[in-house]
Design a protein around this ligand. Structure first.
Ligand code: SAM
Length: 248
């Protein structure tokens, strides 16, 4: 790793094909610019695929993993619903905090749970806190099964991390928002897709369709939810504006 000398008064200049932005490195603006550029560059280098939690890959930035741990520890939920299982790392992360708290379960929903991922999750020491449901997160069969599993749980927390189109996330917010209990949260992950369409490996469609668009639409008609910036205070996140608290 390399260290760059950057003393008081140092500035940071972003040259975007000739369009220049210069800020004081040690100002708040400097930190915001660095954080935003870190998100772009780290996504280019696929850094969200690096972390693992208790042996399973979890597709998140480390700062979001810390925030997820803080949120679960503070809320002490009875049920955590997660759409988007992939390798199961985010389920194991949630299950591990619930295990330390001493109660609760995680319901993981995915349209396709690959056999090797299912086998690894089922062999994990925390499997007793995890339920797997295969199906589209927005199908009526899945929602019915999730509702039945949630039952009368007192505190329900939801993480949305499946299909990241605006239409899909909006539908998930409408369906799963109803299951969130007062004082708890629905976290819509990967709003930063809106910020990385412009990187070399970015996808032009991400500019138009992303979880952030869904969150903005949902929030206009759902005053019972409030955006809580506490959980993205590190500045480095896959999920800007995505941590929504049920306040009424
Ligand atoms: C980004 S990965 C999930 C990452 C995981 N939450 C983590 O943090 O490690 C997205 C997952 O969503 C699943 N998925 C895609 N469309 C879906 C849908 N309509 N319903 C449920 N899951 C879906 C994919 O199969 C994939 O496993």
């Amino acid at each position: 790793m390399k260290n760059y000398t950057a003393q008081t008064g140092a500035t940071l200049t972003l040259d975007n094909n000739g369009e220049r932005t210069t800020v004081d490195l040690y100002s708040r603006e400097g930190l915001d610019l660095l954080s935003n550029l870190w998100i772009k560059s780290a996504t280019q280098h696929r850094m969200m695929y690096e972390p693992t939690w208790l042996g399973r890959p979890v597709i998140q930035f480390p700062t979001d993993i810390v925030a997820i741990q803080e949120l679960i520890w503070n809320l002490r939920p009875d049920v955590i619903i997660e759409t988007g299982v992939a390798h199961g790392g985010s389920l194991v992360l949630s299950a591990s905090i619930l295990e330390l708290i001493g109660k609760g379960k995680v319901i993981g929903v995915d349209i396709e749970i690959r056999p090797h991922n299912r086998a690894a999750i089922e062999a994990h020491p925390l499997k007793h806190r995890i339920e797997l449901l295969e199906g589209s997160s927005i199908s009526s069969e899945t929602i019915d099964a999730v509702r039945a599993s949630v039952g009368n749980a007192q505190t329900v927390l939801v993480f949305l991390d499946s299909n990241h189109t605006e239409a899909h996330v909006l539908e998930e917010l409408e369906l799963y928002g109803k299951l969130v209990t007062l004082g708890s949260y629905i976290v819509a992950h990967d709003g930063a897709q809106a910020w990385v369409w412009d990187i070399p490996r970015g996808v032009p469609d991400w500019k138009e369709s992303h979880p952030l668009g869904a969150i903005n639409k949902f929030m206009k008609s759902h005053p019972e939810f409030s955006h809580d910036p506490h959980w993205t205070r590190f500045g480095i996140t896959c999920s800007p504006e995505g941590w929504l608290k049920k306040i009424a």
